[in-house]
Ligand binder design. Structure first.
Ligand code: ADP
Ligand code: ADP
Length: 226
């Protein structure tokens, strides 16, 4: 059974614009899939439909064996990492990472343990008492990833997480995301318009153009000469 299964997914916005056109894609448990394509091709729209932040016009969205079309984001158990990090400025790094667990009234001892584990994985251990304003872009992105990790979600969804970082840091974070995903083995969908990220990060690449899924395959299958 696929971890995430999309069947004939269509998105038509209120103004009639069809942003996603009959997309079908199965993502296996533990797989890392890159969704790549030029700006405006519908990547974010598709990702937002997976997480439930955008209504699906038609088609079936399955998470495991559950059809989630009508389910609110909170009932899907997915963790999304946004491009702008979406951190709480008044909270420390610790509390930013802990936030999803605070919402669920997780016991303090468990919160501490899970934040510490995420912080170790992301090299944030020294910075737990700081506020987001006092962090570098890369550190902020790590905090956002930490918050995703502690949710114990069925999948991670990344929306261009590195596009606000400079080239050097992007390279470094690319390596870290790949390492984190391998270590945790969590199913991941990662949206980018960056070819390097597409070719180096995922198990498979799905190429979207004008809302249509054009190709799906490994970097080798897609980018190397036959
Ligand atoms: P990408 O993430 O690939 O850049 P998006 O999914 O953000 O693309 O957008 C796909 C298309 O849908 C674009 O043409 C965009 O202008 C359009 N679009 C996005 N959001 C809306 C909206 N709320 N209403 C109407 N059109 C939208
Ligand atoms: P509400 O105020 O109705 O709870 P929110 O936008 O705060 O609306 O979030 C609703 C639910 O969506 C949350 O309980 C959470 O489970 C889920 N959610 C919010 N942000 C994310 C995210 N980045 N990734 C996954 N799920 C999210």
């Amino acid at each position: 059974m696929a971890a995430i299964s999309m069947r004939n997914i269509v998105k038509r916005y209120g103004d009639g614009y069809q942003a996603v056109d009959n997309v079908s894609l199965d993502i296996a448990d533990g797989e890392f899939v890159i969704l790549v394509g030029p700006s405006g091709c519908g990547k974010s729209t598709l990702l937002r439909m997976i997480v439930g932040l955008e209504d699906i016009t038609s088609g079936d969205m399955m998470i495991g064996d559950v059809r989630v079309n009508q389910k609110a984001p909170r009932d899907r158990n997915l963790a999304m990492v946004f491009q702008n990090y979406a951190l709480y400025p008044h909270l420390t790094v610790f509390e930013n990472i802990a936030f999803p667990m605070r919402l669920k009234n997780t016991p303090d001892s468990e919160v501490r343990e899970r934040v510490q584990k995420a912080a170790d994985l992301l090299q944030l251990g020294e910075h737990l008492d700081r506020k987001p304003a006092n962090l570098s872009g890369g550190q902020r992105q790590r905090v956002a990833m930490g918050r995703a990790i502690v949710r114990d979600a069925d999948a991670f969804l990344f929306d261009e997480p590195l596009s606000n970082l400079d080239a050097k840091l992007r390279g470094q974070m690319r390596t870290e995301i790949a390492r984190m995903q391998k270590r945790l083995g969590t199913t991941t969908v990662y949206v980018t318009h960056d070819q390097t990220e597409a070719m180096t990060l995922g198990d498979r690449i799905a190429v979207l153009r004008r809302g249509v899924l054009q190709q799906v395959g490994t970097a080798r299958q897609l980018y190397e000469e036959p």
